[in-house]
Design a protein around this ligand. Sequence first.
Ligand SMILES: Cc1cc2nc3c(=O)[nH]c(=O)nc-3n(C[C@H](O)[C@H](O)[C@H](O)COP(=O)(O)OP(=O)(O)OC[C@H]3O[C@@H](n4cnc5c(N)ncnc54)[C@H](O)[C@@H]3O)c2cc1C
Length: 517
Amino acid sequence: MFADVLIIGTGISGLSFAIKLAQCNPEISLVLISKDQVSEGNTKYAQGGIAVVSDFEKDSYEKHIQDTQTAGAGTCNPKVVKFVVEEGKDRLKELITWGTQFDTQKENLHLVKEGGHSEKRVVHYKDHTGLHIQEALMNKIKSFKNIQILENHTLVDLITDHHSKEKQNRCYGAYVISKKEESILKISAKITALCTGGAGSLYAHSTNPSIATGDGLGAAYRAKVHMDKLPYVQFHPTALYHKVNGNTFLITEAVRGAGAKLKNSSGALFMNEYDSRKELAPRDIVARAIQKEIQKQPEKYVALDCSEISVENWKKHFPNIYDTCATLDIHLPQDPIPVVPAAHYFCGGIQVNSNSESKLKGLYAIGECSSTGLHGANRLASNSLLEALVFSHRAALNVINALQEKLPDSSFYKALPEWKGDTYSNSVEIKEIRQLRLRLQEVMTNQVGIFKTTNGLKEADIEMYEIYKKVQKIYNQHKLTNGLCELRNMVSIAHLIIQQAQSITENKGVFYNQDYA
Ligand SMILES: Cc1cc2nc3c(=O)[nH]c(=O)nc-3n(C[C@H](O)[C@H](O)[C@H](O)COP(=O)(O)OP(=O)(O)OC[C@H]3O[C@@H](n4cnc5c(N)ncnc54)[C@H](O)[C@@H]3O)c2cc1C
């Protein structure tokens, strides 16, 4: 199979990148692949919304820039922060023209204030903004004839020329599992874009769906692409303590923005002891405060007292949370919601420039799998959907130009080698995989989680190497399975996080080593 552009991932990054490319040039061939159904990924679960300056009477670009820098503990790239904030308004307009709606109030966009924001600036669609965006983009994409979507196709590895004598340090597409065909395809492409999202599944508690296993990061690592700021993993302070259909369910920051307060098991408010911004302090501060309180009390959760939010407000702005809690016998607003912190967002990833180009020629990384410099040591709430939109736009314009360059002709792509490893099986269950995955999550949660120590990281390093050896042995002896592919990527990224964490000597943003406190 051949495409001008191969896009791996169908969340906000992959879909908006494809739409923009197809709009710019209806002649180019685009192939989009998704590991699961097209809709599954972090985008679908985003509740809060997109941070965009739109009320210029009260808000300004300068304020949004300042809030982003403050959340990022002064480590964001100022040039990137500036263009992302300033280009947000146009990207939002475009998203609306592509069929997305946002809540309004008196003909203006309804704006919400979230943690770390000095003004109300988060646009949203009730409390399921991500799902609505995902559906609107999927609908829009159907109107383009030059886009082919392959669901249930899993990236295994990128095709590079690292082993060739005439190497150009370039990416030429990817080897991809077709689950239906039980085979591994070669999809060669002039340009390849990783839009594979985050890796929250490295941790026992995560707001991400279970497919968020860092596959794009793992493949990029094996292709010798530079990875940046991986230990900066953001934990969302308020995930529902009870699992919903086996998944962790998020209680958006906007609920605290609307007046909900955190209480410990004695019923006492505690955020004032940790930060003057209390419940609306940046996420890292709130998550650490909750974790500290949990360590002091018998219960493994704290309570989110929502009694200040009226039933009308719940039904209007947070119907998804309201209904989900009701199914668990938590009746809002009178009942408090039990909450815990959970791994939520990877601030780091594949290092890219302002056009989302990685250091491997022909390889782009967009969205959560990339490290653009926007978030620094901590992401400001609702800045990630914004980042995905701004960078997919910039990447698309860049790719349109890159495709004009002199690139190899089709015979070169046909001659690229087929997958040489073992074949794929979706029927073989490798028992050990589940145990190793759980062990990996345990190590990451206990030693590489919200609180780290220098010794704990050393122990985690040794333990992860043991897991790696076992995974490698399975990889060498068995046919590929989806679970094996995921675990292979998870162990690589866990190893990289631990390695990078050991070289960080200062606590900033979400990174917290107790030995430096
Ligand atoms: C519960 C929750 C709430 C959030 N709320 C907000 C919010 O309010 N505002 C905000 O700005 N951000 C929010 N975020 C973060 C934001 O949703 C994500 O950062 C963003 O959606 C990532 O988009 P993406 O396109 O980069 O990746 P994703 O949407 O995660 O998409 C990843 C895609 O990659 C594909 N993929 C992965 N591995 C492979 C593979 N091996 N082969 C083929 N395909 C693969 C998947 O199938 C999927 O299609 C939230 C995240 C979560 C989990």
